[in-house]
Each structure stands twice: as C-alpha cells, then as structure tokens.
Ligand binder design. Structure first.
Ligand SMILES: *Cc1c(COP(=O)(O)O)cnc(C)c1O
Length: 798
C-alpha cells in the first residue's frame, strides 16, 4: 500500500481545509469528492514524475494515442481500486458520516466521448497503464461534452453538458507547455525553396494533464487534453479595442467548446476541421520538442515514438508531422516521408461510406494552406509511383478525388499499419472497402479485435460477481483475465449456478430501485431484463427491436393464449443532434413506453424503460443487471461493438446478428449459449450488389409485418402522432436500407427462443456462467498486448 490510514486521513483533512477553509465535517459530499481526488493526485504525484523521468532517462519508446474522444467515465472509484485503498477510504469517510457511494456519485462524468470509439480509447488507456506500457493519450478538453439528453413529450432535447462547472480535481494546467496553432494565411517559398507560412491567425493551445494510474501506481501515464485560448502579441494587446478582443476570444474558444459540433452546416464542418487540426498540431509540436531534448537524430523518431490515430479524425497528424520535419527542422521530402511512414499507425472503425471522412479540398486549402500543399504533393507522388496501375484502381486509391480529400486513403498510404477492430471487419476492409489499397499494401493490414477493461466493467461495476469469481477460482483472473476460463469447471455445479442467479438478482434489484427512485417507474426484478444500450443509429436497428415489442404488444392484447414471460426492455442512447431519423426512433420507443406501460391489458408482461442521457455511469448500473444483450445491427455494419463484450462478461446472453465481434463471441461460447438470427454478411453484400431487395413485397405478403408497420401510421400509438410517417417511409418508400423487415421474422423467432430459454432457469444460469467464463479474450489488456507487440513495438517499463 502506498499510504497508511492515519496519514491519508490527515492529508484529506488538510486538503479540505486548504480548499474550503472549512472542516471536513462541515462540507458537502461534492466538496469531499474534490478534496479526495486532489489528495489522491498528490499521493501519486511522485510516481507520476518518476515515471516521466524513467521514460526520459532510459529513452524508452513511447506511444501517443490521438483520439478526438476519451470517454473515461468517472475516475474516483476506479483509481481507489487500482491503488488498493477503496476499503480504507470508505472507512475514513465513514468517520465523518459520508457514504462512499454518495461521494463517488457526486463526481460529474466527463462527457468527452460520444460512443464506442471514445470508450475504447478510455479502456485502452486503462490497460496500458496497468500493463506498465508508456502510452499517453492526446485529445481535446471540450468545455462542453456530449450534450445532456432529456426527453420532452418523447422527443430528445439536447442540453449543454457543463461538466467543468466547479473544479476538475484530476487535471493540471500546464501553462508552460503551451503551443501555438496556426490557421489560414499564405505560403511562399524562400531562395532555398523552403516554405514560409505568413499572415496566419494564431491560437494558443494550453494542455491539461490527467494522470492515468496503473495498479499500485507502478505506472502513471498522461492523458493530455488541449484547450484553445486567445493568443495576442504585445503590439496587438496595445492596439486592439476591448470589444474586438472579447469577440476574438469568443471566436478562439469556440474551437474547443463542444464535442461534435453540429456538422450539418458548412460552418459546423469547418469548426470540426479546426478541432482536428488543433489537437493534432499541438500534440505533435509538443512531442517533437520533447524528442529534441534527447539530442537524438530525427531519423530516430520511429524508434522512440509511435503515434496512433484512432479512426481518421487525427489523420492530419501525417501532413503536420511532415510540415514540422520539413519547414521547422529542414529535412528533405524523402527523409520526412520515411520518418512519418514508420511512426504513424491507424485504426479504422467503420466501413460505412457515409462515415468515411472526406473534406472538401477548398476547406483545407483555405484553413490550412501549407498542410494542403503537402497532401497534394503526397498524392502526386503516390500517383507517380503507381502510374502503372489501371484507372479504376487509381480512382479508388488516390488521396484527392473529385474535389475531396479522403482521409482514410491518406491514413493507409502514409502509415505502416492499418487495423480493423474485429475479424469480420478486417476481412471486409481487405475484400470490399479498401480492396485496392490492400492489394497495394497487403502487409500493412492487420486485425486487432476490440476489448474492454475488466477493472471498470466487472471489478468496479459488479464487485458482487467479482468476489463470487474470487471465491470460486481464486483471484488470478484479475491479473490474467484468460483465467476466467477456470469457471468452465463449474458449469454443472448447482450451487455455483444458484450463486450466479443470486448475484444477478442483486444487481437487478439494485437497478430496479434506481429506476424507481430516479424515474418513478416500477419494474419487476423477476422479469427478463432485455437491454439495448448504444448510440441511436439506423444500422444499429433499435427500430427492429421496437417493431418486435410492438408486435408482442399486439399479441398480448389480442391473443389470450399468447404466453409471454414478463420482460423489461431497457433502452439507453443518444441520437446525434442533426440525425433526424434516429430521433424519430427515440420518439417511437418513448411512445411505446407510454402506451404499453400504462395499458392494464398488458398486465406488466411488457415494460419499457428508456433511461435518458445514457453514459458510462449508467452503463455501469445497467450492464450487471442485464439478462439479454441486444446486438442486432445489420450484418457488415457494426465494426466490432464493445457493449456486447461488457454484457457477456456480466453474464448476459447475446441475441445477435453475425456482425462485428458477435461472431467471435459465438466462437467463444458455442452455438448453445448465444442466439443468432438474421441475414449474414454475404446475404447483405449480395442484396447490395444485385439491388434485388424488395421491402414492399415483404410488407404486402406478410400480414404480421403489415400490421406492425401500419401501426406506425394508423393512430394505433396516439402519442407517436405523425412522427411514425418518416419511419414508415424509411421502410417502404426508401426500400429499407438496413433490412429491418427482412430480418423481422427471424428476429421475432429468436426473441421467442430467448423467452423459452429463460423459463429453464438452471440451464439459463449455466449459459450465463459460460458467457462470463469465456469473456477473457475480450479483455482490453489482451487487445493492448497485441497492439504493443505487433504494431507499436513497445515494452512495459517495469
Ligand atoms: C460501451 C459503450 C458504448 C459502445 O456500445 P456499442 O453497443 O458497442 O455501440 C457506448 N456508450 C457507452 C457509454 C459505453 O459504455
């Protein structure tokens, strides 16, 4: 242990006194949280400094993980667990009549992410710190995180997420590491043909560092988040009018004001591009200036630094690194290319055409003239080198095409590694989406199936299950998650199966209590908890789930012989503010909840709970309580998914299409312990290529489908009003791009299969245990070991 009880208690009392000039007895839980977090930060500060010194002195290779999102969730509890002081702190707080839960819950969750990609970055940072790998995060300190979702009349309302209100005790402002980021201006070349950038606007990038604490603080890495601030030189300060200055200040601060500015307008898009360049430029400048302190030759960069770009958002790392090496360090093109290509690696997260980032060339040209020149030259060199290839191949692989800069192409061409995030997804990259790039650079492509952090998703979120596992197979799984497989020896042990059910019931009751207190909704812990929690997107097909519930509702009220095990359908998730149709699905589910929950004919056989503002803290409450994990995306469209892994780990049975990592989950648990339905990859690809799907035909020929779809528009759900029309049109007029109607019947069959499986409770518990037992491979520790070895070539430093 890093510290003894008395010493820590004294430090905490002192910290409260320093922060508030009050005694600990007289402050609120929120204030105790803030002082407690600061006490912890001080406790690990020696280790943090030592870690940085060790890396510097031993010239260890370091990784910088660039991501536009880091959805860390609350940090206090996880840090207490990693430092092994949870129990001690709980008892100290009790001395002052604070409950540890109350203190933990008063931490405001940083909403610095939007979904799976941001949460993956957070799980990865956690794993790196716990594996002793020198990996640092680089991102943006948004003033307002992802919006806070509320419902009004069933509609999503977006409120600003003012998470920084008050104090963020985990961060340290590093004024002296401020960088300058330049936008706009012009470029000329001097007599040595060196590019000179002039007449630009300057913005200060100020870093805030957050410690990423490994077990026992043996390793403390850094999450560095950049904030945009006004930059004026002295002459400007003396000449500028006050009102002009304030105007400029507001304009500057906009750059890091919100996550995901609404990009439905050109102005929103431009802001997004500014953000992307902002944290890329600031991050790279600080990395290179640190590197130069080693006095090593710049050609050594790839041996000492790995830069990983999480999806294409940070792809400007490529031309920015080139710019720094050429314009500031005076390297030649070929040298700069060599270094860049061996330093940067890239993870692709989507194959959906509309999600592959491309920027209008004139945006880049105006906002980042020098960067655009570099991209043009890289494209010219690519075309020159591969001029022997056929026209079609070149059309698909060039960086600039039809007035757009294609970021994924740039990322593949100018990096040494491109990975997909599940086996199927990587396969699709190679054979479909990036086929031509794969043919040119086959050795660059590799798979790294996503993973999730065990510390957060079981040790912290489900301590009851964690200690049941400890008592059954010992604690080794906490260090080596593959040891969870030892649970496979207990799948026929009736006592163990009972205990699995007891733990699940405790978590279901806890969630039911939470729902009653917070939303005033009564749910039955004995019902099946059927969970779909994820961003709202058409490809994730919450609509399919909703249509099945609607169908079940019809049957329950019209068919006295229809037997249904009481089921609570739990939804959580936000729709992007500009995503009109996803918002209609939210409205549909809220309308269904309104009608079904209050219909006495249903007799509580169906309940719907749609928790607003889904985030990490809510996930931690829902996932341990889940019986069924809904993973029902259209095959080929979900790159991996990670809620599928978290739910499996917590013993939920997966109800899924053969998409993303669901396939690997099936491989782990076997066909008997998962329920699969729907079109597979080949069938979806065939429909898309042959254009022979006909949704109206399904609608006309299948009376059940017709009844359900008609219920969207015929007034069956009065609360839905006219909002069902758009959904109806998406299915019939637009020929159902996501094959909802095609999969409807097999999905309904699968949901009935779940129902009958749940009636055999012993067998169900066994399936549940088998899921937990075989989830070890989906630990992000395992994933990160493969990144470290195959991509980054870094080693642990202790
Ligand atoms: C895990 C997680 C996600 C990702 O869910 P998917 O089902 O994989 O899309 C999104 N949001 C939060 C808060 C999460 O914890």
């Amino acid at each position: 242990m890093l510290v003894d009880r008395e010493q820590f208690k004294e430090e905490l009392i002192k910290q409260v006194k320093n922060d508030y000039s009050q005694s600990i007895q007289s402050v609120s839980a929120t204030e105790v949280y803030i002082s407690l977090a600061k006490t912890i930060r001080h406790l690990i500060s020696d280790r943090w400094v030592e870690h940085k010194d060790t890396v510097r002195n031993e010239l260890s290779k370091q990784v910088f993980y660039f991501s536009l999102e880091f959805m860390t969730g609350r940090l206090l509890k996880e840090n207490l667990i990693k430092l092994d002081i949870y129990d001690m702190v709980e008892s100290i707080l009790k001395d002052f009549d604070f409950s540890i839960d109350e203190v933990i819950e008063s931490e405001r969750e940083p909403g610095l992410g939007n979904g799976g990609l941001g949460r993956l970055a957070a799980c990865f940072m956690d794993s790196c710190a716990c594996l002793g790998l020198p990996v640092n995060g680089n991102g943006i300190r948004y003033n307002y995180g992802m919006f806070e979702q509320r419902f009004s009349e069933g509609n999503q309302i977006e409120w600003p997420d003012d998470w920084l209100r008050g104090d963020n005790p985990w961060e340290i402002r590093k004024e002296n590491r401020t960088q300058i980021v330049k936008y706009g201006g012009t470029v000329r070349f001097d007599e040595d043909s060196r590019a000179i950038h002039e007449n630009y606007d300057m913005v200060h990038a100020v870093p805030y560092d957050i410690p990423l604490i490994g077990n026992d603080a043996k390793t403390v890495n850094t999450l560095r988040l950049w904030s945009a601030e006004l930059s004026l030189d002295d002459s400007e300060l003396n000449s500028i009018e006050y009102s002009k200055m304030e105007e400029k200040r507001t304009e500057t601060k906009k750059i890091t004001n919100v996550l995901y500015p609404d990009d439905s307008t050109d102005e929103g898009k431009l802001l997004r591009l500014k953000q992307e360049y902002f944290f890329v430029s600031a991050g790279l400048q600080s990395i290179i200036s640190e590197f130069k302190k080693t006095k090593l030759s710049l050609s050594e960069i790839p041996n000492k630094v790995a830069i990983h770009i999480n999806d294409t958002h940070p792809t400007l790392c490529i031309p920015e690194l080139m710019r720094i090496l050429m314009d500031e360090e005076y390297l030649e093109w070929d040298e700069a290319i060599e270094i860049t290509k061996h330093t940067i690696s890239y993870t692709n997260h989507t194959i959906m055409q509309e999600a592959l980032e491309k920027w209008p060339a004139h945006f880049l040209k105006n906002l980042l003239p020098r960067i655009y020149m570099i991209i043009e030259e890289l494209d010219r060199r690519f075309l020159e080198k591969y001029s022997n290839l056929d026209h079609e191949t070149l059309k698909n692989t060039t960086i600039i095409s039809e007035g757009y800069v294609r970021m994924a192409n740039l990322a593949v061409i100018m990096s040494y590694s491109t990975n997909g995030v599940a086996k199927l997804h990587t396969e699709l990259l190679k054979t479909e989406v990036m086929k031509d790039l794969y043919n040119i650079y086959p050795e660059r492509f590799n798979n790294k199936t996503n993973g999730v952090s065990y510390r957060r998703w079981i040790e912290s979120a489900n301590p009851e299950l964690a200690s049941l596992i400890d008592n059954t197979i010992g604690e080794s799984w906490r260090k080596n998650p593959l040891d969870l497989a030892k649970l496979n020896d207990y799948t026929d042990d009736p006592i163990m199966l009972d205990k699995i059910e007891v733990v699940k019931n405790i978590k279901k009751e806890a969630f039911a209590n939470f729902v009653r207190q917070k939303y005033n909704i009564i749910i039955d812990p004995k019902s099946i908890f059927d969970v779909q929690i994820k961003r709202f997107h058409e490809y994730k097909r919450q609509l399919l789930n909703a249509l099945n519930i609607l169908y079940m509702y019809h049957k329950v009220i019209s068919d006295p012989n229809f037997k249904m095990h009481p089921t609570t359908y739990i939804f959580g998730g936000k729709a992007a503010s500009s995503y009109y149709r996803a918002k209609k699905v939210i409205k549909l589910i809220n309308s269904l909840a309104f009608h079904i929950n209050s219909d006495p004919r249903v007799k509580n056989r169906i309940k719907i709970v749609f928790v607003p503002n889904y985030n990490v803290s809510l996930a931690e409450k829902i996932i341990p309580a889940a019986n069924v994990s809904e993973q029902i995306s259209t095959a080929t469209m979900e790159a991996s998914g990670t809620s599928n892994m978290k739910l499996m780990l917590n013993g939920a049975i997966t109800l899924a299409t053969l998409d993303g990592a669901n396939i690997e989950i099936r491989d782990q648990v076997g066909d008997d312990n998962i329920v699969i339905f729907g079109l597979n990859k080949q069938e979806v690809l065939d429909y898309q290529k042959n254009h022979n799907y006909n949704a109206s035909e399904l609608y006309e020929n299948n009376p059940d489908i017709k009844m359900v779809v008609d219920s969207l528009v015929n007034g069956f759900l009065p609360k839905l009003g006219y909002d069902g029309i758009d959904l109806y049109d998406s299915l019939l007029k637009e020929n159902d791009r996501f094959f909802v109607l095609r999969d409807f019947e097999s999905y309904h069959e699968a949901s009935l299969q779940i129902q009958s499986m749940y009636r055999e409770r012993k067998a169900w518990n066994k399936k549940s245990l088998i899921n937990t037992a075989n989830a070890g491979v989906f630990s992000s520790d395992e994933t990160i070991k493969r990144y470290a070895q195959d991509i980054w070539n870094v080693k642990g430093i202790y």
